[in-house]
Design a protein around this ligand. Structure first.
Ligand SMILES: Nc1ncnc2c1ncn2[C@@H]1O[C@H](COP(=O)(O)OP(=O)(O)OP(=O)(O)O)[C@@H](O)[C@H]1O
Ligand SMILES: [Mg+2]
Length: 168
């Protein structure tokens, strides 16, 4: 794994773009994020099937003191709860079709509450657009084991988290 310093990195307004060269590197990036999180924080993980959202979520869980080997895509149960130093709620909205369905399933109650919410496939839940949050968009690259991660912060809380992560 490369050291964090020296990683291919590009700074943008409210955001950072970095490359990860392996699943282990994505987990390390997630861990660096997880250690900074507090109750109420909202993380949206976007990207296609197999992009690496759950891989990043594993790292975030590790940073929150959760045994990351327990973390898998919550696709069939919609939400998984883990107990680390604070609660972690891992939501997967892939199988839901509308914001109403998200609310009917009670999933909105996990967002911005007493723990950290990680939301895979967040686009279906449009109320998120009105909330401060950190969005990570993951894309595959030409190399099979490489991923592009674009972090976009909305709000001061998430801009300062991004700075503290020292990705660039
Ligand atoms: N640099 C990388 N970072 C993360 N995952 C990688 C990387 N290179 C290869 N991979 C592989 O890509 C896959 C990512 O799977 P993961 O379950 O995290 O995707 P996902 O985005 O959660 O997909 P889904 O939408 O189906 O839940 C894993 O098999 C992982 O080993
Ligand atoms: Mg997943």
């Amino acid at each position: 794994m490369r050291l964090l310093v020296g990683r291919s990195c590009f700074k943008m307004i409210n955001g950072v773009r970095i490359m990860s060269d392996s699943p282990a590197e994505t987990i390390a990036i997630g861990r660096g994020l997880g250690i900074l999180l507090q109750p109420g924080d909202i993380l949206c993980l976007a990207g296609g099937l197999g992009a690496g959202k759950t891989c990043l979520a594993r790292g975030i869980a590790m940073g929150l003191g959760v045994d990351e080997t327990r973390v898998s895509s919550p696709t069939f149960v919609l939400a998984q709860e883990y107990r680390g130093r604070i609660p972690l709620y891992h939501l997967d909205l892939y199988r839901l079709g509308s914001a109403e369905e998200v609310e009917d399933a009670g999933l909105d109650e996990y967002i911005g509450g007493d723990g950290v919410a990680i939301i895979e496939w967040p686009d279906v839940y449009s109320p998120l657009l009105g909330l401060d949050r950190l969005t990570v968009k993951i894309d595959t690259a030409s190399d099979e084991s490489q991923r592009e991660l674009v972090f976009i912060a909305r709000g001061d809380r998430y801009r300062s988290i991004l700075e503290e992560m020292k990705l660039c």
